[in-house]
Design a protein around this ligand. Structure first.
Ligand SMILES: [Cu+2]
Length: 304
């Protein structure tokens, strides 16, 4: 098995010492503040359809937030779009593994939402920085894991079910998503306050969606493969999300347990793990019919 390391950039990270917050999280959320970000891909500026306005009311009940406040209706099945992509994974073999952070974990300040007291009031305490989210044993969330092989766009028709990013507690949930080119990307506004979803793609068309509190959702469709589209909120500058627009369904995003699972046909693959600041790592693996191959990644801060 061959490993390579491709740190995100040479302008990597400045660590900040913070006071007081880290101990409170008891290892559940440990945070890194990092400086410059990884750039997206380059390329032409072709297609994107934006702004088709959804608005079908979901029937699901609200989610209780800080202080017993009841959230707006949540998407009925926020995982449906991701599940539809997973269903396209064809194969009798499985790639799985766990992503772990092995470096010294810096202590970093929580997200400061004081600029919007309404946002701050949606949380009982400090809001963990989303840049590096670690679980027990320093497993890493928000890692985009994919099979790096050449797939032609159109080999896997895009599901019509949208992948959903919910604006909840003035954060994007999830923070990292993948979808197929041409599959709708829906932004939900569970907060019922003004957000502004601003996507800054390089290969797709920029989108800028004003979302007043009365608007449940808006959708865009990104038709050109691109990793990764950066999404931010112009009202709340701490809100960030990353969207991978893919040609194939052989990917997964880790939760706090750091694990992923991808069904594939038997074969030899290059598996890539991407993190928004820690960059990418790749490993090669061969998996046979009916077999499960374990490909773990250990991430550290790139040198230099
Ligand atoms: Cu916002």
């Amino acid at each position: 098995m061959k490993s390579t390391c491709s740190p995100c950039s040479d302008r990597f990270f400045h660590r900040r010492v913070f006071g007081g917050f880290g101990a409170l999280t008891a290892g559940l959320f440990l945070l890194v503040v990092l400086a410059a970000g990884c750039g997206g891909g380059g390329g032409e500026k072709p297609t994107a359809e934006g702004g088709d306005q959804g608005g079908e009311a979901a029937a699901a009940g609200g989610e209780e937030m800080a202080g017993g406040e009841q959230m707006a209706e949540a998407p009925q099945d926020p995982e449906a779009g991701t599940d539809a992509v997973k269903a396209l994974q064809k194969g009798s073999a499985t790639l799985t593994g766990t992503i772990t952070y092995v470096g010294q974990v810096p202590s970093l300040p929580p997200i400061d939402m004081n600029a919007d007291p309404v946002c701050a009031s949606k949380h009982d305490g400090p809001v963990p920085n989303e840049t590096l989210v670690l679980g027990d044993g320093n497993t890493v969330a928000n890692i985009f894991v994919q099979v790096k092989d050449s797939f032609a766009q159109g080999d896997y028709p895009a599901p019509s079910t949208p992948v959903v990013i919910d604006q909840r507690g003035c954060l994007y949930h999830p923070h990292v998503v993948g979808l197929l080119a041409g599959q709708p990307l829906q932004f939900w506004n569970s907060d019922q306050i003004l957000h502004n979803v601003h996507g800054t793609p390089e290969a797709n068309r920029e989108f800028n969606l004003g979302m007043p509190g009365t608007l449940h959702d808006k959708s865009v469709t990104l038709n050109t493969p691109e990793e990764f589209v950066h999404v931010k909120c112009d009202v709340h500058p701490w809100m960030k999300a990353f969207v991978a627009v893919m040609t194939h369904p052989y990917f997964d995003v880790t939760g706090k347990d750091g694990t992923y699972s991808i069904k594939v046909p038997p074969g030899t693959y290059t598996v890539e793990a991407w993190h928004e600041k820690l960059g990418t790592r790749t490993q090669e693996v061969t998996v046979g019919d009916g077999e499960t191959a374990t490909v773990d990644f250990q991430l550290d801060v790139p040198k230099g």
